[in-house]
Design a protein around this ligand. Sequence first.
Ligand code: MSP
Length: 482
Amino acid sequence: MSKFYITTPIYYVNDKPHIGHAYTTVLADVLARYHRLMGEEVFFLVGTDEHGAKIEAAAEQAGKSPREFCDENVEAFREAWKSLDISYSNFIRTTDSSHEKAVSNALEYLYKKDFIYKGVYKGLYCRGCEQYKTDDDLVDGKCPDHQTEPEVMEEESYFFRLSQFGGELERSISGGKLKIEPAERKNEVLSFIRNGLQDISISRKKIKWGVPLPFDKKFTTYVWVDAFLNYLTGLGWDGKISPRPPLKKGGERRGLKFWPPDVQLMSKDILRVHATIWPALLLALKIPLPKKLYIHGFFTINGQKMSKSLGNVIWPKQLTEKFGADGTRYLLMSSLADGHDGDISWEKLTAKYNTDLANGLGNLVSRVMNLAKGFEIAVRDGSLKIKSEKVRKLLDEIKPKEALDEIWKEVDWANKYVEETRLWELVKTNKKQAKRVLEELLAGLINIAENLKPFMPETAERVIKILESGEIKKGEILFPRI
Ligand code: MSP
């Protein structure tokens, strides 16, 4: 059986999950469900990033120990993913002791193999990004993402020999061994790498909240190095590198049955590190690279960047309370076109819900089922697979919006067909012809429901049940108008 391994970024646990996190996670879930439906063995990893300066400071501000703070905050993520019907295989926390142990083992190996050396670091550090910044990264001296001036940091530090991997990374990415999609993103990353990579500091002296470096316990591990390894530890990897033989395909022996990731999802904010530090660590550890990084767009709200200070953040809870789990999943997946940013607002979301779900799909199902009363029409949800080849192709290409547009062509066709045939008259005047029209419509509906399984699992099941039982219960409404 072929396997499919998909990951989301592990989100910083100091924030509550917002619509951006929800988007990435729902997209991963849609792809995970799709590949399961196609008969593949799927591993779907989510989690939280819990170490480092940002979390340490947030915990202090909350008057809590970092551990207590993380334990409390992680619940918001679990709840959000539950309310959105996220079918993850594992939820990894970087404070899990097995993860910490594996990070320590891996660092020990990298140090022994001389991929890590000691030096002095001086640079500008943005705490919001947990990243050093170059002058080129700043706008008016400030981090453009956090609107804060980075701090000058100078400290003894351990470095990872990132510079040594530039050539191999360039070849892997340009040759498609490590795919980066969409193509603009790949080109951006390639030109960054071609400008030359520098060694990076992977230790922090002042930060207590992190994994101690195994070879010098005065230091903790740079949070990004710690975080990247989640993609391995989330599968049960213990960080032990056996000297020989190099990892075989599959890598079952080291808890890496599902390795490498088929798709790693993220947005552009964290692409650069994922296309440099992350694969370089893997090369140093002699572990195969992920097959693909897929970079989706960013949401803006009413044309503005989403931020707490602007008070315009949209939370998953607000969405699921208003639109339900499946309604929210639909609205999220249809709001960003392939790789592009998208602007949303409550007005736009509500309008789309009413048009596509309440008046579109919901109305279609109840109308057709009411007209089908008294007719004997056999329908069966025969196949496990997604029926439409076009929808499959679009999901293989990670184009959820385009796939939904495709499915909605059939919804629109069906609604029009009811009108054109004046089906409500036909069922009275010409039973034979009405039956033929109804057969076509029900076949269309079953198609729609099957294609919707990865996107709206509960709705798909409900529609299939309604179709199989041949009737819709009185008053049953799939999507109440808002
Ligand atoms: N902890 C790191 C990731 C470590 S992975 C080894 C991190 N966390 S984060 O909480 O900031 O999450 C960033 C990710 O959240 C983005 O890459 C994207 O997947 C999602 N989004 C955050 N804001 C977003 C929007 N406004 N729009 C769309 N997605 C966004 O970075």
